[in-house]
Design a protein around this ligand. Structure first.
Ligand SMILES: Nc1ncnc2c1ncn2[C@@H]1O[C@H](COP(=O)(O)OP(=O)(O)OP(=O)(O)O)[C@@H](O)[C@H]1O
Length: 274
């Protein structure tokens, strides 16, 4: 991934192109997205609408381009061609948050947990008192009981990932990107973070895009599961999952969860063998 750009680097400017009409309620409009690596196409003209205030999980075969898709939408990887608009705006005019899979490398080790959370706010030039107030608000929202004056290496993995999520949420993003947020967490922390993400989503209406390798995680949080094909990658199916929120762990035995999971698995297996 040598093309990865630092998340706090200025976003690349994309020239606006003509846009095909998006479905009602769309937040992020992706049109004609193209990306190749070493001359091998990964995406060759993807069109996709991400709905506002919803959680979309991206799921698909290994190496189909889940992370690349998210990183292109988040501006971390340049696109070869196409257009990505957020409410008709360019990325540079949009506040986004990004949570990395590898929380150990994502936090600044020389800053305390509190200063990590405050970092994007200070960088935006927010006044000290406002920064403090926002950090306190997040501490209350996440019901943090561990000591935020500690450095990342002094925290457990789950605590570090919680700090990463708080940092991503600090500037009140319009869109939040999460790459495998649960993959390195134990089940207790997964349940905690699932609850918190749902609470934040209900309270703020932030649009979320989550990449997951785990079918249960992908379905549990999603309003829509975006199923991708093998490379060259296109959309296999968009599966809606409408159970009301907040969803607790008991949802996993609900007949609708079981049905959607089974259907998703069926499409996934079909694409794996295609
Ligand atoms: N910088 C790069 N240079 C060359 N090839 C790349 C680069 N980044 C990604 N790829 C290739 O693009 C494809 C998609 O990669 P990506 O990591 O997006 O897939 P993924 O679906 O997230 O994978 P996984 O399921 O393994 O996490 C893979 O074949 C990968 O090897």
């Amino acid at each position: 991934m040598n093309q990865l750009v630092h998340p706090f680097a200025p976003a690349p400017a994309l020239a606006p192109l003509a846009v095909q009409p998006a479905a009602p309620g769309t937040h992020v409009t992706i049109r004609g997205l193209k990306k190749s690596f070493a001359g091998h196409p990964l995406y060759s003209g993807l069109d996709l609408d991400l709905p506002r205030g919803r959680i979309v999980s991206v799921f698909g075969p290994n190496g189909c381009g889940k992370s690349t898709l998210m990183n292109m939408v988040a501006g971390l990887i340049p696109i070869d061609d196409g257009e990505i608009l957020f409410d008709g705006k360019l990325l540079k005019d949009t506040t986004i948050g990004y949570v990395f899979q590898n929380y150990r490398d994502a936090l600044f080790p020389w800053l305390t947990a509190r200063d990590n959370i405050a970092y994007p706010l200070i960088r935006r030039g927010m006044k000290k008192a406002e920064v403090e107030a926002r950090v306190e608000e997040l501490i209350a929202q996440f019901e943090i009981r561990f000591d935020l004056s500690r450095y990342p290496y002094e925290l457990s993995g789950g605590q570090q990932q919680t700090v990463c999520i708080m940092r991503a949420l600090a500037p009140k993003p319009e869109v939040m990107f999460l790459d495998e947020p649960f993959s390195a967490l134990d089940f207790e922390m997964t349940l905690f973070i699932r609850d918190k993400l749902q609470e934040v989503q209900l309270a703020t209406g932030v649009t979320m895009l989550i990449v997951s390798h785990d079918l249960e995680d992908a379905v549990f949080l999603a309003d829509q599961i975006l199923l991708l094909t093998r490379r060259p990658t296109s959309i296999a199916e968009i599966v809606p999952f409408d159970l009301p929120r907040p969803r607790s762990a008991e949802v996993m035995s609900h007949p609708e969860f079981v049905r959607v999971k089974a259907h998703t698995l069926e499409v996934f297996k079909r694409e794996m063998n295609a």
